[in-house]
Design a protein around this ligand. Structure first.
Ligand code: NAD
Ligand code: ZN
Length: 252
C-alpha cells in the first residue's frame, strides 16, 4: 500500500463511522466550471470584485453588479452542474453518515446534487428580493426583470432588486452561523473541502470543531492555514478524492 492509500483507508473508516459534517468552499465547485475566488481565470479581472461584491458599491451603483450578473454569473449559474464531489456528499447524507453541508458557496450546487441539509453561510445567488419592500423573487423572475431594465426593479413598488447573497460589508445570517457552529461542536468528523480557510468565519469552523473534540480532514489542492490542526490532509482535486471516500468496493 502506498502512503496515500493508507491515509485514504483511515479517512474512509472515519467517514463510515458517521457523525460527519462537511464544510465546503469555492474549490468544491471549481470542477463544475465556476472559478474560485482566488484562482486564476478571466472573469475576476473583467469585473472588479471590490465593486460587484461590496454592499456599499451595490447601494451606490447597483447596475455594476447587475451587469456582472448579466454578462458573467447568470451563464455560470445556468451551465454549472454538480460534480462528483457534490454527488459524493449527497450520497453520504443518504447513507446516514453526514449530518449536513455547511457551505460558503452561493451556487446552489449541493442542493442540485441532492443534498438536503445545506447551510448557506453566504446566501444564494438563486434568490433575490426588493431593497424597498422585501418581496422575494426567484432566479427566472429576476432575469425577466433584468431583460426589461438595468438595474431590475420590483413589480410591486419599483424598488431595486438585490441578490440573496452576503456582500462584503454585510453581516452573515445569524441563524445560519448559529446552526453551523452548533454542527461543528457536535461533529465527530469535520470534512473541509475546497476552502482556503483564510477568511472569517471559514477559519473559525475547523477550530470550533477541533476544540469540541472532532477530528479534522482537509481536502484541498493547496496548503491551508489549518493544516497543522488536521488529522488528515488529502491534497488533490475534490472531484477525484470525494468519490473515493464513498466507494464501497475497490474498482475491479
Ligand atoms: P477560495 O477561493 O478562497 O479558496 C478555494 C480553495 O479551493 C483554494 O485553497 C484552492 O486551492 C482550492 N481548490 C480549487 N480548486 C479545487 C479543487 N478542484 N479541488 C480541491 N481544492 C480546490 O474559496 P473560499 O475559501 O470558499 O472563499 C471564497 C469566497 O468567495 C467565499 O466566500 C464564497 O462565498 C465566494 N465564492 C463562491 C463561489 C461559488 O459559489 N461557487 C465561487 C467563488 C467564490
Ligand atoms: Zn418592492
Amino acid at each position: 500500500m502506498k502512503s496515500n492509500d493508507i491515509l485514504m483507508a483511515g479517512l474512509k473508516e472515519a467517514v463510515a463511522a458517521g457523525g460527519v459534517v462537511a464544510f465546503t468552499g469555492a474549490g468544491v465547485s471549481a470542477e463544475s466550471g465556476i472559478p474560485t475566488y482566488r484562482g486564476t481565470g478571466g472573469f475576476w479581472t473583467q469585473y472588479d470584485p471590490d465593486k460587484y461584491a461590496a454592499i456599499d458599491y451595490f447601494l451606490t451603483d447597483p447596475s455594476y453588479y447587475w451587469s456582472f450578473f448579466r454578462d458573467v454569473r447568470r451563464d455560470l449559474l445556468h451551465k454549472a452542474r454538480p460534480n462528483p464531489a457534490h454527488t459524493a456528499l449527497a450520497e453520504m447524507e443518504r447513507r446516514g453518515l453526514l449530518e449536513a453541508v455547511i457551505t460558503q458557496n452561493i451556487d446552489g450546487l449541493h442542493q442540485a446534487a441532492g443534498s438536503r441539509r445545506v447551510i448557506e453561510l453566504h446566501g444564494s445567488n438563486r434568490r433575490f428580493s426588493c431593497l424597498d419592500c422585501g418581496r422575494e423573487y426567484a432566479l427566472a423572475e429576476a432575469e425577466a426583470a433584468l431583460e426589461k431594465e438595468l438595474p431590475p426593479r420590483c413589480g410591486e413598488c419599483g424598488g431595486v432588486l438585490r441578490p440573496g447573497i452576503v456582500f462584503f460589508g454585510e453581516m452573515l445570517p445569524a441563524r445560519a452561523v448559529d446552526e453551523a457552529h452548533d454542527l461543528a461542536r457536535r461533529a465527530r468528523l469535520l470534512l473541509v473541502i475546497g476552502s482556503s480557510l483564510v477568511v472569517y468565519p471559514a477559519a473559525q469552523i475547523p477550530l470550533i470543531a477541533k476544540t469540541s473534540g472532532a477530528r479534522l480532514a482537509l481536502v484541498n489542492d493547496e496548503p491551508t492555514p489549518a493544516d497543522d490542526l488536521a488529522d488528515w490532509i488529502v491534497r488533490g482535486k475534490a472531484g477525484e478524492v470525494m468519490p473515493e471516500l464513498v466507494r464501497e468496493k475497490p474498482p475491479a
